[in-house]
Design a protein around this ligand. Structure first.
Ligand code: NAD
Length: 263
């Protein structure tokens, strides 16, 4: 049955906020035990407690900077020790940095890559090791973006990193197959989370237009309905992919962007 995550153990990175938080809630609603892994432990604890109270599922909150190999390994180990397995990883932690290429600070460029690309690698590596040890297979979902396929001004680091994740997901599909580990990339359009709220004034300043124009023309101008993608849109898709029973969809990227980018 699709969407049934009963008895599954899922680590979701960056799940103290936004998309990751909604994915964690929906996974728990569908029967999963969820691990809230985030840089921000205070918020992660609050989310884990809320989910435990609302959905009556076991949860764990771990402090995890996905760029720190020791912290990633410790969080994955803590999950394995507490729940005995890891079935699903959602590599979702991310940031945005707005700057034209000519002004882009190298340190900020590298930090963004560290989080999106190296974070996806470190968490996938650690979780795949546990999935292989347990022998039950697994599902790895990486949060890409429409910017895994499209470019916009002032987001070069993000666009480059998100394009890179497309290749990573395909590589996981090929290497994971022998262990029944599948992978997918989800490509959201603009979702109104703190990550996007922050960039509206930044984009307005950088492009010399109003905040309203940023939303209407830049963010939603190419959609079919002028609507933001929602955290529910993405959580529904993640639940579908995490619960998909065969490897038929492995390596595929699925975009949810209200028609902004149609493959
Ligand atoms: P958000 O800012 O609401 O949440 C991001 C979370 O990641 C936060 O809880 C933050 O503490 C955490 N985080 C940041 N750096 C981290 C690190 N080094 N280690 C661990 N956790 C860290 O953002 P969001 O909009 O929910 O974004 C989630 C993912 O979705 C990101 O990968 C983002 O690129 C992607 N995405 C977002 C949108 C959008 O429009 N919001 C669109 C496409 C893709």
């Amino acid at each position: 049955m699709l969407g049934n995550l009963k008895g599954k153990v899922a680590i979701i990175t960056g799940s103290a906020s936004g998309i990751g938080k909604r994915v964690a809630q929906m996974f728990a609603e569908h029967g999963a035990t969820v691990v809230i892994a985030d840089l921000n432990l205070d918020s992660a604890l609050i989310v884990a407690n809320e989910i435990r109270d609302t959905y009556k599922q076991d949860t764990l909150a771990v402090a995890m900077d996905v760029t720190d190999e020791a912290q990633v390994n410790a969080g994955v180990e803590a999950t394995f020790n507490k729940f005995g397995k890891i079935d699903i990883l959602v590599s979702n932690a991310g940031i945005q940095t707005i700057s034209p290429i000519v002004d882009f600070e190298f340190a900020k460029w590298k930090r963004l890559f560290d989080i999106h690309v190296h974070g996806a690698f470190l968490t996938t590596k650690a979780c795949m090791q546990k999935m292989i040890e347990k022998g039950n297979g697994g599902r790895i979902i990486v949060m890409g973006s429409v910017h895994s396929f499209e470019a916009s001004k002032n987001k070069a680091a993000y666009i480059t990193a998100k394009h890179g994740l497309l290749g990573f997901v395909r590589a996981i599909a090929k290497e994971g197959a022998q262990y029944n580990i599948s992978s997918n990339l989800i490509g959201p359009g603009f979702v109104k989370t703190p990550l996007v709220e922050k960039q509206i004034p930044e984009q307005a300043k950088s492009l010399g237009i109003t905040e309203d124009e940023v939303v209407k023309s830049i963010m939603l101008g190419e959609t079919v309905d002028g609507e933001f993608t929602t955290t529910d849109d993405i959580a529904n898709l993640a639940t579908f992919l995490a619960g998909f029973e065969t490897n038929a969809l492995t390596g595929q990227s699925i975009i949810a962007s209200h028609g902004w980018h149609i493959q």
